[in-house]
Design a protein around this ligand. Sequence first.
Ligand code: R5P
Length: 284
Amino acid sequence: MQVITFGSSPLLSSRLAKALEAELIGIERKKFPDGEIYVRIEGKPEEVVVVQNTYPNEELIACLIGLQALKSEGAREVTLIIPYYGYGRQDRKFLPGEGVSAEALAKALSIYADRVILIDPHKDYLKDFFDVECQVIHADEALVEMLFPKQVDFVASPDVGSVERAKRVARALGVPYFSFEKKRISATEVEMRPTEKLDLEGKSVGIVDDVISTGGTMIKAAEICLSMGASEVYAACIHEIFARNALYRMHMAGISEVMATDTIEGPASRSSVSGIIAKKLKGL
Ligand code: R5P
């Protein structure tokens, strides 16, 4: 087995190669003067595990070009691990005429990949858009690993979509969970309220979500917890996008620490999903 990334995941791919005791294949990647991307595979691909995000745009393009290169170089089997499935949030038509990006990408990637694994996609049903076998992994273990040393009193879900995740993480940590009801006003503004009566006085709360983008969701949830007397609020997510200065704004809002995995390698990456992926690939 060989492991490769086309650029988005240098740390995660090397951690995965180590966990699998697999060869790490190198690439050459550069830009043409007009900004177009060039990818060349180094070495002879056979049974390959690709670790590559479809976000931001350039990584998506590199993914398609790299996959085409693998196939044309004669790779026997290509397993595409997409740590962060970018464009997954437009997963249906909200207005007539809209394109469904989650489906468009899945169809395009299915041309070259023999099998796909998504880590905590926006919705699990995105796997059904692929024309090849696609499986979903939930990286709950990573959230538990990050929150365990913080000894939180509660785990919270900032919206309905993350309730099951919060329940699983809370159960693993042996603490109660609660959730918020969230109404999105705009891309940056959300309205929120807890779904039950709570006593958070002097308690610490770990809020868990799949993704932090602008940070608006986490900030609102944290502000409510702090206004209810919480002593500390931690924000733990799988994917750190951190658009619009999100990290800074979350700290300014009083969040003690923002933690993420290495699905998107960045300033808050605290825990690696490499072990979780390796277990899946080994069929454990
Ligand atoms: C929403 O469904 C997601 O689970 C996240 O809560 C959301 O995408 C986070 O976005 P932001 O950080 O911009 O509030």
